[in-house]
Design a protein around this ligand. Structure first.
Ligand code: ATP
Ligand code: MG
Length: 416
């Protein structure tokens, strides 16, 4: 029996990789314009990093992590997200001391043990960006502007931006109490998870998808109504900057993110096109995180998008190129001459294909058609003796006589 991949772990096939490269390249180009540099962090980290940052009582840490003990007895975890690792690296390499503002982006696989379905996998890919060193609302707006530009450049009008503020350690405790009091009166209507989380992570009830909880939390107090004056001012300023930059958004007072480190501005890019996998990108401010991980008091904000979900929104697109030239060969001498020409033309930057299966001329030409080569040339004893042949334009069938030199063929391939 042949071996298959693990459930929820996907191969990215050649027919899809062009689309992925387009997404990655677009992200790199857009991020560069906003002054971001790439950081590459390991896929595996000490488990404690994620417990301390994402939070012990979140779904990710409670249920979704790929955690194992290595041969040395250490508890390690396949990273479920990128921010924790990037902040770990920022602290470890003192990047905050080299520059007061750090703008970093990353892309790569993340791992969560979830039930696989369309848009939800166990190995999935994120592209994310982080800015550390500034708490100014201008930075929040800049990150949101960048995200919205990225989606625009990807050619997507969906998804739409929703924002909220989760307050700060000054105002959140009082809000939390108000919410707990509200939930306590609706105990019986809540699901088991939400009941259990009432003491540990009550905010999650607002995010729960169980219909009973959705119903029971209608009219629940919202963080936005409990912001302290500083958070309120900050959030208004973010909205003003978004208006200045003409970034469309809507308020979603029920949005609570599934990671504990968020403070103040949080956001999601939401689509109606992917069923319950509605969040295409998400992020927010995490002003206490660096300190919580043992670094200095450096504020930060970031986001990550799910590449699989973006790819689903972009749908089937053909990013395959086509060869510039197919060299059909008849006989051993022609095969060697064709190989020589092919090598020279490839050095000039052309994509050149030739026969490597010893096929008949007819089936070589069929292959040239299948590959959608722009031009073809046939090399046989006659052409070799004459030192010339004819290049055929596959689109309209027109032929041009040509000397069998790299320079002469280059001229046709570039001119045509
Ligand atoms: P969801 O609510 O769909 O579970 P999330 O809040 O857990 O998403 P984040 O942790 O904020 O997601 O990650 C940011 C983005 O990463 C999501 O918006 C989504 O596009 C993508 N993502 C998260 N989990 C998965 C997964 N299991 N498979 C594919 N993409 C994912
Ligand atoms: Mg999730």
């Amino acid at each position: 029996m042949s071996i298959t991949a693990i459930k929820g772990f996907n191969d990215l096939l050649p027919s899809e990789s062009g689309l992925w490269q387009f997404i990655e390249q677009t992200a790199r180009q857009v991020f560069a314009r906003y002054g971001f540099n790439e950081i590459r962090v390991p896929i595996v980290e000490k488990t404690e990093l994620f417990c301390r940052s994402i939070g012990d009582t979140t779904d990710i840490v409670e249920k979704e992590m790929y955690t194992f003990t290595d041969k040395g007895g250490s508890s390690l975890t396949l990273r479920p997200e990128g921010t924790a690792s990037v902040m770990r690296a920022l602290i470890e390499h003192k990047l905050y001391a080299l520059d007061s503002i750090n703008k970093l982006y990353y892309m790569g696989p993340m791992f969560r043990h979830e039930r696989p379905q369309k848009g939800r996998y166990r190995q999935f890919h994120q592209i994310g960006a982080e800015v550390t060193g500034a708490a100014d609302p201008l930075i929040d707006a800049q990150v949101l502007l960048m995200v919205s530009r990225l989606f625009k450049e990807l050619g997507l009008t969906e998804p739409s931006l929703q924002i909220n503020s989760l307050g700060c350690p000054v105002c959140r405790p009082a809000y939390r109490e108000a919410l707990v009091a509200f939930l306590a009166q609706r105990q019986d209507a809540l699901c088991e998870d939400c009941r259990r989380r009432q003491t540990t992570n009550p905010l999650r009830a607002l995010d729960c998808k169980v219909p009973g909880c959705v119903e029971a939390t209608k009219g629940a107090p919202a963080m936005l109504e409990h912001l302290c004056p500083e958070c309120d001012l900050h959030f208004s300023a973010v909205q003003n900057y978004l208006a200045v930059a003409e970034v469309p958004f809507s308020l979603n007072p029920r949005m609570v993110r599934g990671l504990d480190y968020y403070t103040r501005t949080t956001f999601e890019l939401v689509t109606g096109l992917l069923g319950s996998q509605s969040a295409v990108a998400a992020g927010g401010r995490y002003d206490g995180l660096v300190e919580q991980l043992g670094g200095p008091a450096v504020p930060g904000i970031g986001f990550a998008l799910g590449v699989e979900r973006v790819a689903l929104l972009l749908g089937d697109r053909n990013f395959d190129g086509t060869p510039d030239l197919f060299i059909a060969v008849l006989g051993d001498a022609a095969r060697t001459a064709g190989f020589h020409l092919m090598a020279g033309l490839q050095d000039q930057g052309f994509w050149v294909e030739t026969d490597c299966e010893g096929k008949s001329l007819k089936s070589q030409m069929r292959r040239a058609d299948k590959l959608k080569a722009r031009y073809s040339i046939v090399l046989g004893d006659t052409e070799l003796t004459a030192g010339s042949g004819s290049v055929k334009c596959m689109g309209d069938g027109s032929q041009q006589a040509v000397n069998l030199t790299v320079a002469a063929i280059t001229e046709i391939l570039t001119g045509g």
